[in-house]
Design a binder for this molecule. Structure first.
Ligand code: ADP
Ligand code: TRP
Length: 358
């Protein structure tokens, strides 16, 4: 039996370099290994937790499927599907929610983060004791609201994974807490019903550690909500401009001086996209106080474009090919539903809701 790989991305906009290096590139590599049964999907139900405009959501699903294919996911080798095409997922989500605590959901970092945003609470960096979110949610007298879908986001994600019995879930570091919850829900289900039914999935990283792609604005990670993204479909000129505008400092004044965060970020990116001798060249230049950040940025922009430009061109070709996209997604939905419907009927059996009158 082949090990099962599964992962998804929410269709909340075009994919950026962080999504690619942290997630999509791993998907493609795992597919190419040829030793896994792999499932890659677009998490459109998860996107609903932040209430997108329906037309924008539609356009994003289409765009991301095209980006998946353009980056090298192959419908002959992987199952590529849209989450909402698998109705077994929402049904199992309802069932699994019966074993999930609202307290553990409220303590999830991603929930607290998004709930604070929806409630308009500013983050208190010092005494971040969670009580602000809980108090606001329960005692909320204003008309701001945190929707229940956002709270149960981790249940839905656990179901995506457990319904296909995935062994490996390649995701970026920020998703590890959700994966930990998935394992906890699987263990709880198994022990409650006294069955060895669900597997406990793991993250997967080539070379050990999950990558965190930094933004070019000096600190933190590259992310849609951070507004600091290099998109896979950025045109050459726009991309070069973004890289050239990256924050730097006035340069090292002593040999082997420790790097400030914005500079370290540039080197982190360089290590992810450039050849080892290029990294070596600029590291030596930095350590000898001979570095010219302009040269470093030029090189970085060209090496990023080597990765993104071919993906951009293929995305443009595929994105408007309705017939091809429909064929891929129809086949993907059928394949994904095969195992999902088997899992759902087994879980119904285990939980005691198989109708005796049929
Ligand atoms: P965003 O943070 O831009 O909203 P998502 O949360 O939709 O991106 O992430 C989709 C996938 O891409 C996840 O697996 C996530 O871990 C990964 N990812 C997103 N940003 C980064 C980043 N800066 N570095 C590494 N991986 C990332
Ligand atoms: N929560 C993930 C993200 O924001 C997307 C996602 C939904 C996912 N379901 C999943 C990732 C199942 C892996 C497996 O990136």
């Amino acid at each position: 039996m082949k090990k099962i790989v599964l992962s998804g991305i929410r269709p909340t906009g075009q994919l950026h370099l962080g999504n690619y290096l942290g997630a999509l590139q791993k998907f493609v590599r795992m597919q190419q290994e040829g030793i896994y049964d792999s499932f890659f999907f677009i998490a459109d139900l998860h996107a609903l937790t932040t209430q997108p405009d329906p037309a924008v959501l539609h356009a994003n699903v289409r765009h991301i499927v095209a980006e998946y294919l353009a980056a090298g996911l192959d419908p002959e080798k992987s199952t590529i599907f849209v989450q909402s095409d698998v109705p077994e997922i929402p049904e199992l989500y309802l069932l699994l929610n019966m074993h999930v605590g609202i307290g553990e959901l409220m303590r999830t970092a991603a929930f607290k983060d998004k709930a604070r945003k929806q409630l308009g609470i500013t983050v208190n960096k010092e005494g971040d004791d969670d009580s602000d979110v809980a108090r606001e949610i329960i005692g909320n007298e204003s008309n701001k609201r945190v929707n229940a879908g956002l709270l149960t986001y981790p249940t839905l994600m656990a179901v995506d994974i457990l319904i296909q019995h995935a062994d490996f879930v390649p995701v970026g570091k920020d998703q590890e807490q959700h994966l930990e919850l998935t394992r906890r829900f699987a263990r709880r289900f198994n022990s409650f019903y006294g069955v060895e039914y669900f597997k406990e999935p793991e993250n997967f990283n080539f070379g050990g550690k999950p990558v965190k792609v930094p933004g070019l604005d000096g600190s933190g990670k590259m992310g849609k909500s951070e507004g600091n993204c290099i998109y896979l479909v950025d045109e050459d000129k726009a991309l070069r401009k973004k890289v050239m505008r990256a924050v730097t400092d006035s340069g090292p004044t002593e040999p082997n001086q420790p790097m400030a965060e914005p500079i370290e970020n540039l080197f982190t990116l360089l290590k992810l996209v450039s050849a080892p001798d290029v990294v070596e060249h600029f590291t030596t230049a930095y350590n000898n106080c001979e570095i010219r950040y302009g040269d470093l940025k030029k090189q970085l922009a060209e090496d990023i474009l080597k990765i993104t430009a071919p993906i951009r061109e293929r995305t443009r070709e595929i994105e408007n090919d309705d017939e091809y996209l429909a064929r891929v997604l129809k086949q993907g939905a059928e394949q994904a539903r095969e195992r999902a419907s088997k899992t759902l009927s087994e879980v119904r059996q285990i939980m005691g809701i198989t109708p005796f009158w049929k």
